[in-house]
Design a protein around this ligand. Sequence first.
Ligand code: SF4
Ligand code: FES
Length: 244
Amino acid sequence: MTDSIKIDILRYRPESDNEPVWQSYDVPFTNEMSLLEALAYIKDELDPTLSYRWSCRMAICGSCGMMVNGVPKLGCKTFLRDYKNGMKVEALANFPIERDLVVDMSDFIEKLEAIKPYIINDNPRALEDGCHTQSPKQMAQYKQFSMCINCGLCYAACPQYGLDKSFTGPAALALLHRYNQDSRDAGKAERMKIVNAEEGAWGCTFVGYCSKVCPKDVDPAAAIQLGKVDSAKDYVIAMFKPGE
Ligand code: SF4
Ligand code: FES
């Protein structure tokens, strides 16, 4: 039975470090302990200068994304028992490091905002019209794409976003698809400008790793490919019916 585990963390304290440096910690091991709990142990008992983000501790808030042995993971959904030989923990890839495991997600947030992540309807229903109901079939069109917790793991996994930060990226394109598929929404034409752009769906080279790392089983790679189908339809319509 292992009674402790070695956790290497890539530290970056901008006031004293010119570049990130590795630091090792020995943490008491239990089968139930998550990486997030291990980081809390380090901060409380070994080194109060360690910085990391967290909130819900249950894979809901999306705050605790980090690289574990090179793979994007949620700290609260990663358990020491799966890394008995030790783990290397670093800030989420493809984002600028602010401090230790804290990254600057401004670009990601701007991309989410840009796709107009809300129901667009030029003719809102009056109160007396009652609820705008949807059938289970209509809801199934978008439900899985609405499960995203904005953790950014898919951006850390995306080689295309790593190469070119103008690429709209997996979660934003999946969220866009979610609203385009919603029977209550009328904003598809507006959002398709983002899908059709060079940095939109066609920027994706279909590596598919984004969907593999998603902790909520959203399938952003599928959403992007469906976006390409919509985009191709737009192209054909524009060819035969210019102006529509
Ligand atoms: S699609 Fe998945 S991996 Fe990407 S931000 Fe949403 S929950 Fe995270
Ligand atoms: S702490 Fe909220 S997702 Fe991990």
